[in-house]
Design a protein around this ligand. Structure first.
Ligand code: FDA
Length: 308
């Protein structure tokens, strides 16, 4: 992995830096570009606006690696309240939720995370929408896939996420390319050693296309999460080659990233879903976005300079 990217990703877990960045003037503008706001009301307003523009959304309540049972309970309750609001506002047909298992207890006890995810899935079903389990650091991949398999026994629509930077992912894609299986394919946003992850961006892209072929050739519903113009062009061509009609797969992009492209694809008849994060704990999420686009680094360096 690029050393600058590794360094920025390491900053995601640094508490001193987190506090410095939060206190830096000008932070708000950068945060607002990528995060819908701090409250459920903010998230619902943003979702409604995107849906009005012909897009779909998946909402993520920010927070991860919670080692505190009270905090996990608060996260679950926020998801339940959010789902109710989406239902009340008539947004549920186009708005689902994305859940990080580490935010609902995975690091405390896998069973707790499973039980909490079940509560969120029950509410989503009642409200007429779906849930996708985000994929996090590679240490959690097996656990997340175990929880997914358990949830899918009751709710086959629970979405999985696979990361093409991991060497294991082709095998996982083949296993998940089955009827009714919703699978988001992304490159992967976390640091991982070369023993388990492809070292170069080119290899990650090749792996992405191989996994996309497996998903398009299988019986499930592929969800292609990428902003990469070259990949988007290849995916459109591959979808046609596999005889997939529009609506038989979807593109996904992050809130605030390439908004014009999001609307261009939707105007051309593609299903496009925007990942909309909200909540107070935006720091780890923001750092991963900066690692993808070091052009935004000035903001970060200003925070560091203000400490010295
Ligand atoms: P990459 O970052 O490699 O960029 C390729 C090209 O895309 C660039 O050269 C540029 O042309 C264009 N581009 C990228 N960012 C741009 C920007 N800000 N402005 C303009 N052009 C830009 N990860 C994970 O590990 N677990 C998960 O669960 C998820 N979930 C998820 C959901 C959704 C909807 C998305 C879009 C992404 C994720 N990710 C994720 C993150 C994902 O793994 C990855 O880190 C980012 O999407 C960045 O990779 P890209 O494929 O976009 O291309």
């Amino acid at each position: 992995m690029n050393p600058l990217r590794s360094l920025i990703l390491a900053a995601a877990g640094n508490d001193v830096l987190r506090r410095a960045v939060a206190a830096t003037p000008g932070t708000r503008g950068v945060v607002e570009r990528f995060v819908a706001g701090e409250t459920i009301a903010d998230a619902v307003t943003t979702a409604a606006r995107l849906i009005d523009d012909g897009l779909h959304v998946t909402l993520d309540y920010l927070g991860e690696y919670t080692g505190d049972a009270r905090q996990t309970e608060q996260t679950v309750r926020t998801y339940l309240a959010l789902l109710d609001r989406l239902h009340e506002e008539g947004l549920a047909p186009r708005a689902e939720v994305s859940v990080k298992l580490s935010a609902v207890g995975q690091s405390l006890d896998e069973k707790l995370a499973l039980d909490n995810a079940r509560r969120i899935c029950e509410a989503a079903e009642r409200c007429g929408t779906t849930v996708t389990l985000d994929m996090e650091d590679h240490h959690t991949t097996d656990s997340t896939l175990r929880v997914l398999a358990e949830l899918r026994r009751t709710w086959p629509w629970v979405g999985a996420v696979l990361q093409s930077y991991l060497r294991r992912t082709e095998a996982d894609a083949a296993a998940l390319a089955v009827a009714d299986s919703r699978v988001r394919l992304c490159k992967g946003a976390y640091a991982a050693p070369e023993t388990i992850a492809h070292p170069s961006p080119h290899e990650v892209d090749l792996s992405y296309v191989r996994c996309a072929n497996l998903l398009l050739g299988g019986g499930g519903y592929p969800m292609f999460a990428t902003h990469d113009p070259r990949l988007i062009a290849v995916l459109g061509e591959r979808a046609r080659w596999y005889g997939r009609k529009r609506g038989g797969y979807e593109y996904q992009m992050l809130f605030g990233v390439r908004p014009d492209e999001q609307r261009r694809l939707a105007a051309g008849g593609e299903t496009v879903r925007i990942y909309v994060p909200f909540g107070e704990q935006w720091y780890g999420y923001l750092v991963r976005r900066l690692a993808e686009r070091p052009a935004n680094l000035t903001f970060f360096l200003r925070a560091l300079a203000s400490r010295s």
